[in-house]
Design a binder for this molecule. Structure first.
Ligand SMILES: O=P(O)(O)O[C@@H]1[C@@H](OP(=O)(O)O)[C@H](OP(=O)(O)O)[C@H](O)[C@H](OP(=O)(O)O)[C@H]1OP(=O)(O)O
Ligand SMILES: Nc1ncnc2c1ncn2[C@@H]1O[C@H](COP(=O)(O)OP(=O)(O)OP(=O)(O)O)[C@@H](O)[C@H]1O
Length: 483
């Protein structure tokens, strides 16, 4: 990329999340990730160019020295920090504004620092794979937390039975983030059971929210609609996918042929998610089992009578196993972490200069990683133990909020990395993205949010019969429809 010749006309809007906006290059397989900040922030509270540069460098270092060693070299692309001409960034910001979904416009793109992150465009496959006229399909899944907490610090029994995602759905519906409950349950996706994974992926297709996006040739073709009342069009998706699964068009005796296409599509995603496991001498893939956490969420729609085989485990090197193992570094739960956070805070009040030595805000280097890996198991009352657990918790939080991108395209027989499917022959690549550090200061918010989610879930699912509920309902109305 020639930084002095940057032209906004070479780039187009690609997507965004809560913290960053992404543009993709029209010709090259590259994206630029630019930070966003709340639009109401006044000029003097914004980061200086130097702070913004440091911030993005921290993101790259965290990905490179912390998340990559934990998740695996092959899945993580850390990218590089780039200094962009301010004029280019301003023009780009104007250009993409009309493409942005309304629900993300509470934040504005950073047009002041001139710093960005350059990454490979993971919705595409490197050109040498493209010997076919059909462009690559990319499935982006934000799987969220795949286990039930097992910490002895948990005070609400329901947290041991119902997963955070399923509980959070009720809270999100109540405060208007989504219009319909998602039936997706992360524990089904992370189960390693093909049946349960199938159901999880089917439920994602029916209600994608911000957990599923599909791209074709780098263009978004399926996601939640900006108008959350509208459901995404599965028939439209089937039309896009049909050329990739030609033999399924004749299945089901011509009845519901779309169902056969979606069925095959889901199986391809499942195979990719389970791929990458190595083999032991008996030729069987080694599996990761979740011995400590109960493998089933009581709110999952998966039929209980089909659960005979229990938890089958994930192949050791699969992308799901890698993410789950990092998520499970959170073994104390926010209820166990919050008192340790307060211990650190108290210590820093007394010894503010220790903040650097304890690497509270980075740098995210090998020494930070050592603290994460070598944190003592037992609490000896020290600030070192508290910091180690807080670091581990933050790393786990990143893994609970990351996304998986599976990009596949039809291929010739001799190509590497083929999916182990009889038909069709697909070449694929899997990556993990959005591996930013979660701020230390966010812990009190996490603690409050946890309490709100659990309390709201208990109130909405264990409510007494309607006759005795009149007063409480009025309170709910006042709470969620403020005038
Ligand atoms: O707290 P959660 O579980 O709601 O996760 C937040 C996500 O909401 P979700 O539930 O996935 O819709 C949220 O996603 P959306 O903005 O809702 O798409 C962000 O990913 C947020 O991370 P950050 O603060 O931008 O670093 C996420 O916050 P963190 O908790 O990861 O900090
Ligand atoms: N390297 C990449 N290649 C292709 N698309 C990407 C890449 N990185 C990000 N994207 C797209 O941009 C979107 C926003 O990026 P990202 O998830 O990193 O934003 P974020 O603001 O950090 O998210 P969050 O809401 O989780 O904080 C992603 O959902 C994905 O569709």
């Amino acid at each position: 990329m020639e930084l002095d010749k940057m032209d906004e006309n070479d780039w187009k809007y690609h997507g965004e999340g809560n913290k960053s906006l992404v543009v993709s290059h029209l010709q090259h397989c590259q994206v630029l990730r630019l930070l966003k900040f709340p639009s109401e922030d006044s000029a003097h509270t914004r980061q200086t160019a130097e702070q913004a540069f440091r911030h993005i460098l921290n993101i790259v270092d965290y990905s490179k020295y912390v998340m990559k060693p934990l998740l695996g070299e092959k899945y993580v692309h850390s990218g590089e920090v780039v200094k962009l001409p301010l004029d280019f960034v301003r023009q780009l910001s104007l250009k993409v504004q009309q493409e942005r979904p309304e629900l993300r416009c509470d934040k504005v793109m950073d047009t002041f620092s001139g710093c960005g992150l350059c990454l490979p465009n993971l919705t595409q496959l490197p050109l040498h794979h493209l010997r076919d006229h059909r462009p690559p399909i990319c499935v982006e899944i934000k799987p969220k937390c795949g286990f039930l907490p097992f910490s002895r610090h948990i005070t609400k029994e329901c947290k041991r039975k119902v997963c955070r995602f399923c509980m959070h759905q009720h809270y999100k519906l109540a405060n208007g983030k989504w219009k319909r409950l998602s039936r997706y349950c992360p524990l089904d996706l992370f189960s390693g059971s093909k049946q349960r994974m199938y159901v999880a992926l089917k439920n994602l297709l029916e209600e994608p929210q911000n957990n599923l996006k599909i791209f074709k040739g780098g263009e978004l073709i399926f996601s939640c609609k900006d108008d959350a009342k509208q459901q995404p069009d599965l028939n439209d998706l089937v039309q896009h996918l049909r050329p990739y699964f030609p033999h399924s068009n004749g299945l089901y005796n011509g009845h519901q042929p779309g169902k056969a296409v979606l069925n095959e599509f889901i199986q391809v995603i499942c195979s990719a998610l389970l791929s990458g496991g190595d083999s032991n001498r008996s030729g069987e893939s080694r599996k990761v089992h979740l011995s400590e956490s109960r493998p089933l969420c009581e709110a999952s729609p998966f039929p209980r009578d089909l659960l005979r085989n229990g938890n089958q485990g994930l192949p050791k090197d699969s992308v799901l196993a890698k993410i789950l193992q990092v998520q499970m570094l959170d073994n104390l739960d926010i209820e166990g972490i919050y008192p340790l956070y307060k211990r650190v805070e108290q210590y820093l009040e007394e010894f503010p200069k220790e903040r650097n030595r304890l690497q509270i805000d980075g740098p995210y280097n090998e020494s930070f990683m050592d603290t994460v890996k070598n944190c003592p198991v037992e609490d000896d009352g020290s600030v070192e133990y508290a910091v180690g657990k807080v670091h581990q918790y933050r790393v786990a939080m990143t893994a609970k909020d990351c996304s998986i991108m599976i990009t596949f395209a039809p291929c010739e027989e001799d190509e590497e990395h083929q999916l182990n499917l009889e038909k069709p022959r697909l070449t694929y690549s899997i990556s993990i993205l959005d591996l930013d550090p979660k701020p230390y200061e966010g812990i009190p918010h996490q603690h409050k949010l946890d309490t709100k989610i659990v309390n709201y879930y208990l109130r909405s699912t264990q409510a007494p019969p309607p006759s005795s509920l009149y007063k409480e309902r009025q309170e709910c109305t006042l709470l969620f429809h403020a005038v």
